[in-house]
Design a protein around this ligand. Structure first.
Ligand SMILES: Nc1ncnc2c1ncn2[C@@H]1O[C@H](COP(=O)(O)OP(=O)(O)O)[C@@H](O)[C@H]1O
Ligand SMILES: [Mg+2]
Length: 268
């Protein structure tokens, strides 16, 4: 879709496949990368931030920047920033042991939510229904990569069977949609079968989404929000956001807007 948008709008686009690149990190004049600005589309958090770091070291503009992406790709760092910026966000605990986790969960109440601090598509985002399931989840995480032993527990928001995805580019909310949870699944990610539906951009949605985008440093984002009795809460600010469903239900040309925004970063 990005390639098509570039063709339709006369934008010169060079594609770089990170599998084919060998960056000479210690040679600042490594001229292999000719573009003026880069739209980072690596889905892997670890790959994308490292590639972005090298591109920025060459003076290239990257959407999103290393600083922004490293915060957004980490749910804990995002929670810290949202909370410090007074943007409503679910109550969250960080723990490292079973004991401390059970104490945190007592405070949050059951059911609660356990998330990997780095991850997407709802992967490993688990509903913790009681202390037995908490212990089982923690035990299973002990056999995983150490990053899965950084426990991020969150209050389960009492929301409708849907959440909200809001696409922010620069200082504009370009589109918004509900994501309805599929049957037999509480998570609403479209990659898990969540159904997208166009949502009008209300002033409340616009204000909180732009604030969240600014709080993490500004750029192009998929802001995830939930509805509560006392208003919207932001639970995630995604930095390499897919847009297939957003384009389908809203008709907004997100790839063109992303390309134009990226080009604008060079001129600044
Ligand atoms: N605190 C919460 N309360 C209720 N539902 C949640 C909560 N956190 C996440 N969810 C559900 O789980 C989905 C995935 O969580 P999210 O934090 O967005 O992680 P991911 O990066 O995997 O998308 C959300 O889209 C939402 O449907
Ligand atoms: Mg999400």
């Amino acid at each position: 879709m990005i390639i098509d948008a570039a063709k339709r709008n006369g934008i010169t686009l060079e594609l770089y496949d990170t599998n084919q690149l060998a960056f000479e990190v210690t040679d600042e004049n490594d001229g292999a990368l000719l573009a003026d600005a880069f739209l980072q589309r690596c889905m892997s958090y670890f790959r994308s931030i490292h590639v972005t770091a090298v591109l920025e070291s060459r003076g290239k503009a990257v959407v999103n920047s290393y600083k922004v992406a490293s915060v957004c790709g980490n749910k804990l760092l995002t929670s810290i920033i949202l909370s410090r910026s007074k943007i409503p966000t679910p109550r969250t605990f960080l723990t490292f042991s079973e004991d401390a986790s059970l104490k945190a969960l007592e405070q949050l109440g059951y059911p609660a939510v356990l998330k990997p601090i780095v991850g997407s598509w709802g992967r490993l985002v688990a509903l913790v229904k009681d202390s037995d399931s908490a212990k089982a989840l923690i035990e299973s995480r002990e056999y995983m990569h150490p990053i899965q032993q950084v426990y991020y527990f969150q209050e389960k928001i009492n929301r409708p069977e849907r959440d909200i995805r809001c696409y922010v580019i620069g200082d504009e909310v370009v589109g918004a949609m509900y994501r309805h949870a599929p049957t037999d699944e509480w998570r609403t990610n479209t990659s898990r079968g969540g159904m997208a539906e166009k949502l009008p951009i209300t002033p409340e949605l616009e204000e909180i989404s732009l604030k969240a985008a600014q709080a993490v440093g500004g750029g192009a984002f998929g802001v995830d929000l939930m509805e509560t009795d006392s208003g919207l809460v932001v639970h995630e600010v995604n930095h390499t956001t897919e847009f297939k469903n957003m384009v389908r239900v809203t008709g907004v040309d997100v790839p063109r807007l992303l390309l134009e925004y990226t080009i604008k970063q060079v001129k600044q």
